[in-house]
Design a protein around this ligand. Sequence first.
Ligand code: HEM
Length: 510
Amino acid sequence: MIGTLVIATVVLLYIFVQRRFRFFEKNGIPFEPGYFPFGSLIYWKMITGQVALFSITKSIYEKHPNAKAVGYYGILGKPHLVICDLDLAKKVMVRDFDHFVDRPFADGIHPDANKYFCKMLTVLKGDEWKAIRNLVSPIFTSGKIKATVPVINQVASELADYIDQRVIGETSTDNKDIFQKYSIEVLGRLGCGVEPKILTDNNPDKNVFYQKALELSGGGKPNLVTVFKFIVTLIFPTIAYYSKMSAFEPEPINFMGALISNAIKDRQATKVKKSDLIDFLKDAIKEFEQSNPNGMSEGEITELIIANGLLLFFAGTDTSSSALSIVMHFMAKNPDLQEKLYREIKDAIEENNGNANLDYTTLNGLKFMGSVIKESLRFWGFNFLDRTCTKDYHMPELNATIPKGMQVTVAGASIMQDEKFFPDTQTFDPEAHFEDESLYPASFMAFGQGPRNCIGMRFAYMVVRACLVHTLANYKVEPCPKTITDWEIDPLHPSALPKGGLYVKYTRRE
Ligand code: HEM
């Protein structure tokens, strides 16, 4: 009896999945065929760790050079659409954004297991997302970012001292290691209301805040449990939701949450105000609450501040430290470009009376540095631009209608490495690729596009720019024996950095 039931279930499932496998063919959309039960071959390779999740998009883009969009199937025949055409990508992300408001990752987040996480901007959906995005946006105006620059400069100067005392003399230095100490310190001070003092600690690697932050992000090194949980939440959201899987380790989240909560209480008690993201967020929420007739309780406001303070920490530390690591890798590989950047930095410091603490406007005015950062992010080859179709959407380009619920991924990294938009794409060439201003808005996808793009982009540029000023003004970077020659993203690396890591040698400038 049980045997018959099992066989009947498998047969029914098989029929159901085979039907799903017909979707793209029926709609005349180019596709990667699906095989029961794991879907397209590329998806199977991802499940078995042969390719990274984000490489699915890249490999599909390369295999279908002339397609505007390509379909593939996930587990049990779940259809996914990869957008390869830049104009179509713009429609999805900008013009017709109201059909693609949500991110699929949100589906696997159960509130019981993810108390703060489910309130974060990245996973919120529909109107709730819109309300919180409007609420958080004012904390990233240029006036507010300007006010954070002194803290960023202070930490960048601590990093320069750290390099002097601990890095000089090493034959090879892991960029990710030093820059994540820096970015965690910056976001710890500005996003969590504490001074972790990682870079001045006698034992920086044992600094409690630093360790908790690393536990949260997977440590910047391959951590199978973190990768596993992330993948389950992303590709089996129903399982993650009903098994109440916490997308991140609860312990470090609670630790950070308690720090933010204490900072809020402290400020309430002492009435001291700081120019940091917590106070900006608190003011923004209070303002929002005043104009909201239903109002939020004090507890709800605190939870919202903690959730989004944590989010800024999450979204900002790993990305910024990876960006810096990549810039330093390319500066070591391209001494002429490094010299040019050094001269730009040196001139700006001289004009600032020899002071390396440049202000917001001067940092933003370092034109060549801007091109170097953009080119590094372009070259990286990692980008995660996922949306869920929230209303049926007709694409005349495909002569097909994308149904509500379908997952859509914009091939941002591949567009940024396409000869059509960036000629000689495998050459690191900041000026050629980013001199033409009109190129930038159209095909530069490193921070996403449209209403759901990276809210912290301008702040991120400050974090990266100030750090480059303080480090490159004092030190030269050179290739070392561990500097990689081939750029291939490690599928198991939680920060999506290349295999072999990003090592260089630091020497003092005389
Ligand atoms: C170089 C550093 C960074 C890179 C490359 C980066 C990249 C991205 C990308 C690609 C997205 C998705 C955009 C989309 O779906 O269209 C995103 C979203 C986001 N980023 Fe960043 N980011 C960086 C730094 C930061 C920083 C420093 C913060 C905050 C302190 C931040 C906060 C966010 C948030 C909150 C979102 C979600 C926005 C939403 O869903 O409405 N990011 N980022």
